[in-house]
Design a protein around this ligand. Structure first.
Ligand code: PLP
Length: 382
């Protein structure tokens, strides 16, 4: 029998927490539409509003200011189109495509070589004038690097700009509240913190409102039409309630052991980072080659961006950090909430074996790419 696989791709999606699974199953048993006024509708509405209160409170907001969406891609788009109406959109160069390709023209702000936002560039962009919406991620999905949000928020306030924070990767791994970040809105995703796929939220600062992207039947106080995905939302809230602050130091210790044992350059390694994420560069070996070799050994990790044209596109995030050829040679190791205690040792054993094998086969590390089907657009797994 082969050894059990080792899942180290939490930033693409976290394993479902048992509490979330239970809540999903319980909500699946409810028939009512939360907007129906009869008893079955009211029972569904109760679960919905309880979930709303749990999530909003956890992230420092009010239940009435939380808009459920299908995920963070939609929550970010709602913020960009709703809060960003009539405003310039400024966003970090390392933002997720959910921001950079939300259908609004974006002025990108450079990052420093460690991956953190160039605050001087933000200040200069804001000083150019005109109302602005600044969009920044709390933590980067590829490197785990944290932006200096408090300083960015102060600049936004000084220039009358709104600040939208994509908190997808930080939520559940760090303390995240609207107030901590000085944010006007937060985007959240259930499946990035141990909930099911298919639910997310936009949490607004009290007093802020926005028009719907899809008004539809007027659900979510007119801010997002469409019947709410109750099972996914119930699982989202249960995952949030199950978040355990003890997970972060445990994962950080595993992450540190991986980095010390691998002895490789770490993208963003000098910056403040998420506890669970490591972006390891193996110069001369394409990320996809590494991902496939590790996969064959039962270890699941990610490369930055796989390009469906069949060629490897070096990660735009790493390129924005100034990494040249090495931007195509980095893998993302992201520890899930339930990483086993021997995760670092098992990863390092598979990694050492892969390196030894690659070195024997291709000392110059020539790179081959598997064909990837699709529309030609880059696919980013989280
Ligand atoms: N923002 C960041 C930073 C992400 O990592 C992801 C993950 O894919 C998203 C947004 C999109 O989230 P969702 O999968 O919920 O649409």
């Amino acid at each position: 029998m082969s050894a059990p696989s080792l899942y180290l791709d939490a930033n693409a999606t976290e394993p479902l927490r048992p509490e979330a699974r239970e809540a999903v199953l319980a909500a699946l048993a409810l028939t009512g539409n939360p907007s129906s006024i009869h008893a079955d509708g009211r029972a569904a509405r109760q679960v919905l509003e309880q979930a709303r209160a749990t999530i909003a409170t956890r992230f420092g907001g009010r239940a009435r200011d939380l808009v459920f969406t299908a995920g963070a891609t939609e929550a970010n788009a709602l913020a960009l189109h709703g809060l960003g109406a009539g405003r310039r959109i400024l966003a970090g160069a390392t933002e997720h495509p959910a921001i950079l390709r939300a259908g609004r023209a974006v002025e990108t702000l450079p990052v420093l070589p460690d991956g953190t936002l160039d605050l001087a560039a933000l200040e200069a962009a804001l000083a150019m004038g005109g109302p602005a919406l600044v969009c920044l991620m709390a933590a980067n999905n590829e490197t785990g690097v944290l932006h200096p949000l408090a300083a960015a928020a102060a600049l936004c306030r000084a220039h009358g700009a709104l600040l939208h924070v994509d908190a997808v990767q930080a939520a559940g791994r760090l303390s995240v509240t609207l107030e901590d970040f000085g944010a006007d809105s937060l985007a959240l995703s259930a499946h990035k913190l141990g909930g099911p796929k298919g639910a997310g939220a936009l949490l607004l600062r009290p007093g802020l409102d926005l028009p719907a992207l899809l008004p539809g039947g007027g659900q979510e106080r007119g801010r997002r039409g469409g019947t709410e995905a109750l099972p996914a939302i119930a699982g989202f809230a249960a995952a949030v309630a199950a978040l355990d602050p003890a997970e972060a130091p445990r994962l950080a210790a595993l992450r540190d052991a991986i980095e010390a044992g691998a002895g490789l350059p770490v993208a963003g390694g000098a910056a403040p980072r998420l506890p669970n994420t490591s972006c390891l560069i193996l110069p001369g070996v394409a990320a996809e080659t590494q991902v496939i070799a590790l996969d064959l050994a039962g270890v699941r990790v990610s490369s930055g961006a796989a390009c469906s044209s069949g060629k490897v596109g070096p990660s735009p995030v790493l390129r924005a950090m100034g990494l040249g050829g090495d931007a195509a040679c980095a893998i993302r190791v992201s520890l899930p909430w339930n990483a086993p205690p021997d995760a670092a040792a098992r990863f390092l054993a598979a990694h050492a074996e892969m390196r030894a094998r690659l070195l024997r086969r291709q000392p110059q590390a020539a790179v081959s790419m598997p064909p990837v089907s699709g529309s030609g657009a880059p696919v980013v797994p989280g």
